[in-house]
Design a protein around this ligand. Sequence first.
Ligand code: NAD
Length: 400
Amino acid sequence: MPTVNFDELRQYIDISKGAEQLLSKSEKEITFSLNLYKSDGEILEASTYVIYANVARGPAKGGIRVAPSVTLEETRDLAERMVWKTALSGIPFGGGKSGICLDPKEITRFEKTAMMKEYVHMISLELMSGTYIPAPDLGTGPHDMAVIYGETHLLESVTGKPPRVGGLPGRKEATGRGVAHTAELALTKLLGRKLAGSTVAVQGFGNVGSWTCYFLHKAGAKVVAVSNEYGGIYDEKGLDIEALMSHVRTSPRIEEFGGDTVTNEELLELKVDALVPAAIENQITKDNASAIQAKVIVEGANGPTTKDADAILADRGVLVIPDILANCGGVVASYVEWRKAKSGSITDAKETYQTLMDRIDIGFEQVTSTAKAKKVPHRTAAEILAVFEVIEAMKDRGWV
Ligand code: NAD
């Protein structure tokens, strides 16, 4: 099912039946099994999906998710979100995604590396031709991207690599840097508050969540609550984020850091200025939307708010800055890394951050003014802009 409602968007932009038809299904889906014969005689097996949602605007760009909950439907959904995200941020990519159904915590680093090599083997034509360009997502990181590069020998075939292996300084932190910047824009420009002293709760303390906390904390915001899959902690005076980051490097259990504990459910309902869901999808639903006390939700994760919840939040006047705007920093930095690989230029973290903040500033301004002009929530405004761009590109290519 598409992540956007074409009937709703048709009130604002021209969406032909043909365009809706093309945008309602993936362009290409590759399904296979990754198999590894282990030394104990067992076969490690993982159902794997590589989706091209739409490539009208450029090659399919999107991360590789490795998690036991991965499904074909989830991978399709995430690939489609990449189509809108790349269009809204104005970078020359389409949308894609990979999903590998496997628990990374249950396998050794050696087994993970072997599985990533097998993944490259299975889609080597896609990777070598540059039609699909992966990056990290839940359960993958720079090491896995370095393994992919090691197999393709093509720097531009994958982004999110470690800086010493053709990667981009600042890429690892980029999504969180962008989420923090979006939160600042929402708090200052939409709510008329100062970032310094504003209170924030962040669900998820992995790549996106931890760097979001780091940059918000550095800019003077009070990150009062943080959680991950094991639980969370709360401190009304604000948490010491750098100390917490070094704690999770040795123990994933956040509650062992000390202080008051909160559950994930409680964290979402805290009285804070901004709430940043930065873990997994479907966290804010019709069951808890009425209890959300934050003034603004900044979506660090992909799809953390359900459609039912969106309606309740809109009625209650809670602002939602959608994922396709708030977490686009990662893919914008990926674009800078890809451009650097293609050109052989040298780029520093300052330039990476500047490019992503510029794209977010432009996107935020366009989404805010569209929301105001059309009297729609920010998510609908973002979708109006993104879907328009993709349909125009499809027209340029003679697809519709
Ligand atoms: P990650 O694996 O680095 O971190 C995920 C975090 O979520 C961990 O702290 C984990 O413990 C926590 N978590 C998992 N299940 C949870 C649960 N049930 N309740 C609470 N916390 C839970 O992943 P990431 O790269 O930070 O990605 C997080 C989200 O951001 C995903 O939705 C991903 O698609 C999205 N995203 C990531 C990037 C990126 O550059 N990595 C870019 C854009 C969007």
